[in-house]
Unconditional design. Sequence first.
Lengths: 107, 126
Amino acid sequence: DVQLSQSPSFLSASVGDRVTITCRASHDITGYVAWYQQKPGKVPDLLIYGASTLQTGAPSRFSGSGSGTEFTLTISSLQPEDSATYYCQQVKHYAVTFGQGTKLEIK
Amino acid sequence: QVHLVQSATEAKKPGASVKVSCKASGYRFSDYAVHWVRQAPGQGLEWLGWVVTGYGNTEYLPKVQGRITISVDTSASTVNMELSSLTSEDTAVYYCARDLGHCSGNRCTWAAFDVWGQGTTVTVSS
């Protein structure tokens, strides 16, 4: 299986900050990466797929980049409603795997 | 509107089986694969398996292979997930999710999970 490691595991930032979350893969997954946002008690919500394509309806302050084994999710200007846990996912290799999650807190 | 609606909360004893259903609406059912994902209390997301809805072919996570069966009822646009020999470690919220990658014949591309069911809580306790 492809292991995904997210960093940091926990992040505290202020409204208006630029925030970056990194996802590193144990094997080359080219661009087959997606990012999800999950708020407590809610269903995961797709933000980015294909490493950099913004899902319809996702706010434009979210962006993704990377290829191979290192990927990033960036929030350009943090908003209060961005408080959530963020997961990366790889769909290149069987079995589908997720990162362990990054919990983002708004100061 | 595209929706996946799952069956209700389940409480099971160790050793029992559970069957969770996921009914799709608002799109052509056989054009998209469906995956199952679970989330134990306070934990992350774990993929369990998927099904090509138009043909019924499946793949499962090795960890649950032999205990899990994902099946399709195309007449009802429903995907079912059955998990047997339950233990307390199977206590989780179980989600179905549509893959936005397209299917052609019995082959689908994986892309990402764009529509999720509301989740079904399965509690395993004696």
